[in-house]
Write a protein that binds this ligand. Sequence first.
Ligand SMILES: *Cc1c(COP(=O)(O)O)cnc(C)c1O
Length: 221
Amino acid sequence: MSVRENIINFKSQLPESVKLVAVSKTKPNNLVMEAYDAGQRIFGENKVQDLAAKQPELPVDIKWHFIGHLQRNKVKFIAEFVDTIHAVDSLKLLKEINKQAVNNNRTINCLLQFHIAEEESKFGLNMQEAEELLKSDDFKALQNINISGVMGMATYTDNTEQVKKEFSNLKTYFNKLKSTYFSQQTAFVEISMGMSGDYKLAIEEGSTMIRIGSSIFGARI
Ligand SMILES: *Cc1c(COP(=O)(O)O)cnc(C)c1O
């Protein structure tokens, strides 16, 4: 199926509460435009260099989400336009995002990344680290970031029970943070979980934002 058909398909099957991030990493601008012309407006990239190169060549009303691991020294290359940064897992990174947001006179949405998978290699906070971050005075002083929710990646496995459990853990973390730290903040709403292989399970477990690459744009080579 074409990119256009894939976008239309996804949009028709997703509950209204679930946002679609079309992950265009490694894919050329003409395919991004095909998705755009089918009505898609949120796109995800995981490399700063690629995102910084694509953004000026594509429509300004695209909401760019950075979904990869972000190095502090590269925040400045995307701070002028990035809508949401998904994988924030340290106070140091948040401070740098805030600093660059201030420089650009804007607010950047951030999701706290939790480590929910079994795999060692994946980044992310545990609950204790997240709470330490949120309780700190340094965090409270940051004025130009908006913590809009949480993000996580499940283990890459066929074991659906395990994947469900990991997504359900992320939802539990979200609920706990919401009631303890964000009860007055209507902007803390997103649970970014689910990719091409596991988005259905993620939605069952309460995802509000799925990040879909290959099921829209085809396999990456
Ligand atoms: C690549 C990527 C995706 C999309 O993966 P697909 O399996 O192609 O849907 C989602 N989230 C992150 C963080 C990614 O790096």
